[in-house]
Design a protein. Structure first.
Length: 123
């Protein structure tokens, strides 16, 4: 029988935790964790999922789709808006848009301000 585990947290390395937390807070509407600080910031979801951002000196952003600096992980978000609208809003918030978009009609792969790729998928 498999071990019963529930995902409770995802933590991303980055050069500026408060700035990256602010980006994801604006993008998701999640609540800022009350103990966030300059070295470790976080966001709380009502069901208990925590997204953390930890300072790493000499952080090297992933180079997706090139794997010179591997992406290591990516997060997928379902969006209620049209993909074009959601992507435009994320770009306004500071996301990047890599040239390579594998299935742009079904999902998009932006990068957060620290360079981590993530997916947005239409609901």
């Amino acid at each position: 029988m498999p071990l019963q585990m529930k995902l409770s947290a995802i933590t991303l390395d980055c050069p500026d935790p408060p700035a990256l937390a602010a980006f994801y807070q604006q993008a998701t509407g999640l609540a800022s964790h009350p103990k966030s600080n300059a070295d470790f910031a976080g966001l709380d979801r009502e069901d208990g999922l925590f997204i953390g951002f930890q300072r790493v000196d000499d952080h090297r952003a992933p180079s997706w789709p090139d794997q010179t600096v591997p992406q290591q992980l990516h997060i997928c978000f379902t969006v209620e808006e049209d993909l074009d609208e959601a992507e435009a809003r994320l770009l306004e918030l500071g996301a990047g848009k890599p040239d390579q978009q594998p299935h742009e009609d079904r999902w998009r792969v932006p990068t957060d301000p620290a360079g981590h790729p993530f997916c947005i998928v239409s609901s």
